[in-house]
Design a protein around this ligand. Structure first.
Ligand code: ADP
Ligand code: MG
Length: 416
């Protein structure tokens, strides 16, 4: 089992002061102070997320039901660096880069460091209509407990942490959804990922102890209380495999969805009613399959949200099982490792529901587990899977979205 939760968890978002009860924050502040010879003046934190149900439907303007998790990106900064320059450093990658603010900030800068696209994209979003000198000397140190590239949205965590940090430095406060959209644009334009808004919206808007029903058409979010922790635990099971196919398949499924919508005379597949699934029979086979997935998955998200609201936990498992089957057989985005993890978890009596989560072709499954058996779940899932795979199963708690702090001078001293 991993150590104690390391993310935003449920600490009051209004708390403006970092205290020594937040050791990870104190550690990063100390690190910045030790290396830079001065204490940071700002801090921000933004969580990753796990999607409980509703995959490969965001680009069809469907419904998704993610929750932010207690793994997060944490960033500290000040404006004490070199004039007209900004600097970003990732502790996790042991890497850093600088930008010259007197030059245009465009996609492709530091192309040899793929991670640079995320901070640069967010920075560019804030400097679009602002004098770059407002951020002269910006010096950022970040670290994250969100596993990188596993489908838990380490990318949105970085983006929202940097966005929140920059807003605290500039003394501005955007509408939360606008902040999420700026981060989405950063990922699309600078990292070249044609992502929907789910990850950024969750990292920004999620509420502690709640999942977040997000309507990708209206861009409205509704918090839905998760069952109490003495009843149900949520686990991520990271297969630790990542197949090359992931991003090309995402683009392919998205294109087929658009073709299917066009063939059916609708703008997006979201517009189809669950009952109209029979109408897809005349489409080419690949369009039939994605249309069937999208329409049925959106309906499952709706039913899952209803079941959560009314505390009908017995309804969650069948919906998750159907979601996995649909992603595997119709959308064809699962892989042997994800299928093995899901099959193994389904053999355990404490599993309430389990499915692959995210884009697929590796990455993670999400399991809802009877709280009484939660502590032994990681060992039991490993035994059920056997030696052919070595996944990492860890519990996650529904956590709050991004928050930031202006560090009061007394707190700028390293906390020891
Ligand atoms: P996911 O969001 O599912 O984790 P992505 O491929 O969307 O996967 O984003 C992962 C990328 O985000 C990494 O390859 C890296 O460029 C960037 N990233 C995530 N976490 C960090 C980190 N701690 N330090 C630097 N870059 C990071
Ligand atoms: Mg991502």
């Amino acid at each position: 089992m991993p150590g104690p939760p390391t993310g935003p968890g449920c600490a009051a978002p209004s708390s403006r002061t970092l205290t020594s009860t937040m050791p990870r924050h104190a550690g990063l502040i100390r690190r910045f102070t030790d290396v830079r010879g001065r204490a940071p003046a700002f801090a921000a934190e933004a969580p990753g997320r796990v999607n409980l149900i509703g995959d490969h439907v965001d680009y069809a303007e469907g419904l998704v039901l993610p929750m932010a998790i207690d793994r997060s990106c944490l960033a500290v900064a000040d404006l004490g660096g070199s004039s007209n320059r900004v600097r970003f450093e990732s502790l996790d990658l042991g890497d850093s880069f600088e930008l010259d603010l007197t030059r245009p900030i465009e996609p492709g800068l530091h192309a040899d460091k793929p991670w640079a696209a995320y901070p640069i994209g967010v920075l560019a979003g804030y400097l679009d209509d602002r004098d770059p000198s407002t951020l002269s000397g910006l010096d950022v140190l970040l670290t994250s407990t969100v596993p990188i590239g596993s489908g838990l949205s380490s990318s949105a965590a970085i983006e929202l942490a940097i966005a929140t940090l920059i807003e605290h430095i500039l003394g501005i406060e955007s509408e939360p959804l606008d902040r999420a959209r700026l981060c989405q644009r950063a990922e699309q334009r600078f990292a070249g990922v044609p992502c929907g808004l789910m990850d950024q919206a969750t990292s920004e808007l999620a509420e502690c102890r709640h999942a977040m029903l997000f309507d990708c058409r209206s861009e409205r979010a509704e918090s839905i209380r998760m069952p109490p922790s003495d009843q149900l635990a949520t686990f991520v099971i990271d297969t630790k495999v990542r197949h090359e196919l992931a991003s090309s398949a995402y683009a392919d499924r998205r294109a087929v969805c658009e073709r299917a919508a066009h063939s059916l005379g609708v703008r997006r597949l979201r517009e189809l009613e669950p009952g109209s699934i029979g109408d897809v029979g005349l489409l080419p086979e690949d369009e039939q399959r994605v249309a069937r997935h999208v329409v049925s998955e959106i309906h499952r998200v709706y039913l899952f949200a209803e079941a959560l609201r009314s505390g009908r936990l017995d309804q969650l498992g069948p919906l998750m099982a159907a979601s996995h089957r649909s992603l595997r057989d119709d959308m064809r985005v699962s892989c042997p490792e994800l299928d093995a993890v899901v099959r193994a978890a389904q053999t355990l009596p404490e599993t309430i529901g389990v499915r692959m989560t995210g884009g697929g072709f590796g990455g993670c499954a999400v399991a809802l587990v009877d709280a009484e058996a939660a502590s032994s779940f990681p060992q039991r899932i490993q035994m059920a899977i056997g030696p052919s795979l070595d996944p990492d199963a860890f519990p996650v708690r529904a956590s709050a979205g991004a928050r930031g702090w202006v560090l009061p001078p007394r707190n700028r001293e390293p906390m020891r």
